[in-house]
Write a protein that binds this ligand. Structure first.
Ligand SMILES: [Zn+2]
Length: 349
């Protein structure tokens, strides 16, 4: 049946009709708020590249978590900024590390709020890469003649490389320390091969079979991470992350990453970033029928903030449309810096 019998505009006539036939709804139950924690007391310092977001000391972080709990947000994703960095990422694995302390404090004072901990070493090592950097047996093999600077050898992929398997072992130790502190889920974001399996076995062996893994499964080497790296002071000191993160051109490879992470024991798989990768969110959901998280990343947030500050877009409707699109694409969980704002807005409705 077609025009003039069928007129799709009939159901768009008034808002109550539009509400009746609305297909996708955003709920506070699906939102995860990313939070940054740093050492100190009474600190709630604004992050320049992420207007409206803050670095919190643990006492202030707990206050923020109480507010999020009141707004009915089910979970936070925690990123730690350590007091110092070293090649072994000592602060990442220490029971007195910033994340471990923060998790204990939240779990003590806001026990119902789920705490998901980001699992990576880039903020804890001076070189800023997501793994243990070694010299000598990289992809190009040894000895290419004349001595070069670190950045040159990295760019030649000859003598500096990320030790995949050693990194997995380190991540597993960090995961166990997060679980010990009380984390509900750990979220490895490094993109090493096999790390989900290594982490799962380590958690099980340490008695944490109930602690889940939300894997950054399809994490792309993206330009949309810029503001986050400023916030975390975690930009690579040399080279970039293309030797381990996904090529933005590759969807099939991303699906293989997701399949592997699920085989290795991931409970939730994540696509990151979200907006430029809605097709991947859709394909992952269609193919694997498992819980899918999408990370609405810092660059997506900052673009809207910057445009709104210039009067080029209206902030609230723009991000609501973004979050709705991510949900419509198939995401069950949306990790977003707008989680608190969205929760308020959804309550008002
Ligand atoms: Zn990292």
């Amino acid at each position: 049946m077609s025009y003039p019998i069928t007129r799709l505009r009939r159901l768009r006539r008034v808002e109550s009709l539009r509400r009746l036939v609305r297909e996708t709804r955003l709920s506070v139950d699906q939102l995860v708020m990313p939070l940054f924690v740093r050492p100190g007391k009474q600190i709630r310092s604004p992050i320049a590249a992420l207007p409206g977001q803050f670095h919190f000391s643990i006492d202030q972080l707990v206050h923020e978590c109480q507010a999020l709990q009141q707004a009915r947000i089910p979970a936070v994703l925690l990123f730690g900024i350590p007091p110092a960095k070293d090649d072994k990422a000592s602060h990442a694995v220490s029971p007195e590390g910033i994340v471990q302390q923060a998790v204990r404090a939240i779990k003590q004072q806001v026990p119902q709020l789920l705490v998901i901990t980001d699992l990576c070493v880039c903020a804890y090592v001076p070189h800023g890469h997501c793994g243990i950097v070694k010299k000598g047996q990289g992809a190009g093999g040894k000895g290419r003649g004349k001595k070069q600077s670190t950045s040159e050898v990295w760019s030649l992929e000859s003598e500096v490389f990320i030790d995949n398997d050693a990194t997995c072992e380190l991540l597993a130790n960090i995961a166990v320390s997060h679980a010990k502190a009380g984390a509900d889920l750990v979220a490895p974001s490094d993109m090493m091969d096999g790390r989900v399996g290594v982490i799962r076995r380590a958690l099980d062996a340490a008695g944490y079979a109930d602690i889940g893994i939300m894997a950054y499964a399809a994490k792309f080497a993206s330009n949309f991470y810029g503001p986050f790296r400023d916030a975390m002071d975690s930009s690579p000191a040399f080279g970039d992350r293309t030797p381990y993160q996904l090529d933005p051109a590759n969807a099939e490879e991303a699906l293989r990453e997701v399949a592997l992470d699920l085989q290795e024991g991931a409970d939730i798989v994540m696509v990151k970033p979200a907006l430029a990768y809605l097709d991947l969110i859709w394909r992952v959901k269609e193919q694997f029928r498992c819980p899918v998280a999408a990370f609405n990343v810092s660059g997506e947030y900052a673009m809207v903030k910057a445009a709104a500050a210039r009067g080029w877009t209206r902030e609230r409707p723009t991000w609501m449309e973004m979050l709705l699109a991510i949900k419509r694409a198939g995401a069950d969980i949306v990790i977003t810096y707008w989680a608190k704002d969205a929760a308020k807005l959804l309550q008002e409705k």
